[in-house]
Design a protein. Sequence first.
Length: 278
Amino acid sequence: MMRSLLFLLLFTSLYGLDLPKNAPYPGGVIVKEVKSKEKPKAYHGKKELMVLPSDKKDSYLIIAGISLNQKIDKAYSVTLQEGGKSRKLRLELQDKAYQKQYLVIKDERKVSPKKMDMKRINDESRRSREALALFTPRKFVSLSMEKPVDVDIRDDFGKRRYFNKKPRRPHSGVDMSAPVGTDIVAPLGGKIVEMGAFFFNGNVIFIDHGLGLVSMYCHMSKFSVKKEQSVKKGEKIGEVGATGRVTGPHLHWGVSLNGSMVDPRLFFARSAYTKKER
Ligand SMILES: [Zn+2]
């Protein structure tokens, strides 16, 4: 009895974290506690940041996503607004080396699109940006996510990518290889705010979790949800596919916080990691 109680206490303090890991580097998440009598609003530039009550008195947590393009020689600046006053915080950043990755895509048009593809591509990238920029009110019970597909996650977040030897944007999510038709579930509750058949992302779904946290699921074969539908954590949203720019069937999973794509693995309860991933 004592032993299990002790274990439970240890587990709660070490692994029961419902918050993302503090990872103050490009592609990571800053978790910063601030003292304040009332709940402050926080901004990075014009972008509103997630603020949650801390378990300490008069304390709040700022949870900020850091862009993969963030310069690490500049501190991450946060403007805090408390009542009528505002103050600036400058948070230290760490370096993080991401490797290069060279991929070969058979469909050259998916690497160097034709002129006639550009209107569609621009329209889809606007729809993606709008979905990822959402900041909707929500009270979180927990921010801890589960895996959308029950397989190992490839360690390919942030890699500087070359398609058919041409430099393209860094890989802003993680890939999970699985056969076409494998179930994809919502890693956290939210609302389906955007979906469609996109040029690069293939069949894609965006889930708004609230307070600037939005996730995306690419290259799907099938949808099991409709736009504007609410989904619970663990609910099926569709199936793995190989649509869009792919080398084979897999789920590309992206997580955006305050408009910055961050490493989705930072949102796992630590107990959800396999030993290798932890
Ligand atoms: Zn990917």
